[in-house]
Write a protein that binds this ligand. Structure first.
Ligand code: DQA
Length: 143
């Protein structure tokens, strides 16, 4: 049986829609999930959000066992978490990193990235469309 695609979201992404909309847009995370669900066309998606670093690490470990591809917006843990980096290095499935904004064009503290060195591909700066491109790529990868 085809394994699901995991879409994991890190801290503060539950606030999408009201959080700095000039940077992150007006769509909520539920809006994004619903659109991806429709796009998945029957393919199973496991779409989750947590504010907790440990939970994100647990979910990455789970994804490595249970998922075919991991799409990850790690939010601020992208720039701080060695634990997340280590979990991603241990993860044996393709990883597509997504950011709504383009951190490379933002503050100096966002220039450190612990996710990108473990990623198969990275998509940033395209708003919520970035998730759609990531899902499109994930669905074309070998399950
Ligand atoms: C983000 C970019 C991060 O720098 C930031 O901490 C976020 C959101 C993005 O999607 O643009 O929380 O991952």
């Amino acid at each position: 049986m085809t394994k699901p695609i995991y879409v994991l979201n890190g801290p503060n992404l539950n606030l999408l829609g009201t959080r700095e909309p000039e940077i992150y847009g007006h769509e909520t995370l539920d809006d994004i999930r619903d659109r991806l669900q429709a796009q998945a066309d029957g393919r199973k998606l496991d779409f989750r959000q947590t504010n907790s670093e440990g939970t994100l690490v647990d979910w990455v470990q789970e994804a490595s066992r249970e998922a075919s591809v991991l799409i990850l917006n790690a939010g601020a843990y992208t720039h701080t978490s060695v634990a997340l980096h280590d979990a991603l290095r241990a993860c044996t499935i393709p990883l597509i990193e997504v950011h709504l904004s383009n951190p490379a064009a933002r503050e100096a503290f966002r220039q450190t990235n612990y996710v990108a060195p473990a990623a198969t591909a990275s998509i940033a700066g395209l708003g919520s469309r970035g998730y759609e491109f990531a899902l499109d790529a994930a669905m074309k990868m070998k399950a």
